[in-house]
Each structure stands twice: as structure tokens, then as C-alpha cells.
Design a protein around this ligand. Sequence first.
Ligand code: FDA
Length: 300
Amino acid sequence: MTLLDRLVVRTLPLVPKPIVRKVASRYVAGETLEEAVSLVRRLNAEGCLATLDVLGEDTERPQDADRTVAEYARALDAIARERLDANISVKLTALALKRDPARCRAGFARIVAAARGHGNFVRIDMEDSTVTEETIRIFEEFHGRGEPVGLVLQAYLRRTARDAARAASLRANVRVCKGIYVEPPEIAYQDRGEIRERYAESVERLLQDGCYVGIATHDPPLVERALAAVARLHLTPDRYEFQMLLGVASDLRRRLVSAGHRLRVYVPYGEAWHAYSVRRLQENPAIAGHVVKALLTGGR
Ligand code: FDA
């Protein structure tokens, strides 16, 4: 990233919402379920699977948590009705994990029951380190009851090697990502090379131990290392999938699909697009150009 890119990353929370919305529109399907469904239909036609995410996190009002639960139920109905090849990804703080854990568990149980009823699957996204342990416990609780749930591990956390062993002992379905939240050096690796190394180790270990692994990265060297591990372990394409975010690395995505690998696109939608969009923009290596252009054209 250039100096200007880094400056824009830091000041992004001050950029007016219409500008953020304009620049980040490629990362979000839209505000409605109908927009998300039509995008998933297109992705399925291109040979990609999808996971639907109802945007929102760290809910303060109980009625918002309940609304999110209802929206996930609607999304699961739509996936079944439209015969889409898609599952869902859920952030537990959007169900009030931080403020009302009992409400969160009850809401999550309703979502999981709806998914089970449709023969579908629920991935629990991983959020900041204040909720890592609780998120893993909730995953273990539901997984222990035979529910169709999966976990996410973040390679940047120092604890992840232990969590990967824990997940491997359950033969869990695990998405591995680098990790997006800002965490202090005591608990998270900061060096990009070190994070890459830990990422590759976790993926290899989980694959080797018989877990179904979601390899969630757009980083070409990590994709190559995962492919090498898959070949070395003689794994068939039903043992793993690549996962990418909507609006990112579409060339790499197409290459993997043409080579016969399963590839799932993370499709967020909903009214609470701002926090997610800011995180995505902060990761875009060419962010300054996009934001400056949008500022000059007034977000049109
Ligand atoms: P890296 O950030 O190094 O990106 C590699 C390359 O990809 C870049 O050089 C660039 O070319 C391209 N790129 C990446 N991001 C881009 C962007 N926004 N715009 C344009 N180009 C971009 N995190 C988390 O903490 N909890 C979670 O539950 C999840 N869930 C999740 C699901 C899925 C399907 C994915 C792909 C990612 C997540 N993440 C996540 C986010 C993840 O932790 C990480 O922040 C991003 O994937 C970026 O990391 P990469 O591995 O792609 O490497």
C-alpha cells in the first residue's frame, strides 16, 4: 500500500456514507433478500456456491437481534424455494451475544432448526477476540447435538493452533481465514509472513485430520499451498472448498472453478452495510484511488 492508501485507510470512518456506499457496492449484494437471491442465482450459474450473510453486528436492541433471526429464516426459505446452492453465515453478536447471551443462544437455535429443516448448513463467522472462546463453545454445543453447524478459525490468533486441534478432534467443518479485526500483539501475530505461515499450517493440519475445510483466502501463495496439500493428501473435491468474498479476486475464483474445485462466494446483504464495507475497503490495496475518484465525482 502507498502512503496515501494507508492515510485513506485510517481516515475511512470519517468518509461520508454515500461515498463509502458507492466505493463498496461491489462487496455487498444490496439491501434486500431479493437482490441477494438474484446474485446467488448468477453465481450458481457460473459454477460457484454461495453463503448468505445478513449484515449487522454487535446488536444493542433485542428487537434487532430478533429481526436478524427472522431474516435468516426468510433467507433459508428462499434458498430452498429457489433451489439455490447456498448456505448461511451468522455473526453471533448480531444475535446479541455480547449483551444478552441467552437471547443469542435461543435465536441461534431457531436459525439452526430452520436450516436443519431445509437440509441446510449454518457457518458461525468468527468476530473479535472478546468473543472467540464463547463462539467456539456455542459451536461445540450445537455440533455436539449433531446440528449442521461449522466454525471459523483466524490464522492471526496465537491460540488458533490449539483451537484447530480442538476442531480436528471433532472432525468439524472449519473455515480458515487470516482474521480481520484489529488485535494486540499479545494475542495475535502482526507480521504478514508469520500469519501466512500459520494459515497454511492450520489448513494442512485440518485437511490431514479429516475435517471439511473452507479455505477462505484471496492470497495466491496460500491458494497454491492449499492445492499442494490437497494433492499430497490425495483429497477429492468433496473434502474441501475455496471461499472468497463477493467483489474480490474474481479471476482467481474463475480459475479455481474451471479447474474443478468447489468455490463458495460470501454474499452479504442488508441495511447494515457500513461496518462491513469499511473493513473490506481497508483491505483493498488500491483503496485511495477508488475513494478519491468517488469523492471527486460526489459518489455518483
Ligand atoms: P490479503 O488480505 O493478503 O489479500 C490477498 C489479495 O487479495 C490482496 O493482495 C488483494 O489483491 C486481494 N484483496 C483482498 N481483500 C481485498 C479487498 N477487500 N478488495 C480488493 N482486493 C482485495 N475474517 C474474520 O475475522 N472472520 C470471519 O468469519 C471471516 N470470514 C471470511 C469469509 C470469507 C469467505 C473470506 C474470503 C474471508 C473472511 N474473513 C473473515 C476475512 C479474512 O480474515 C481476511 O481479512 C480477508 O480474506 C483478506 O485476507 P486474504 O487471505 O485474502 O489475504
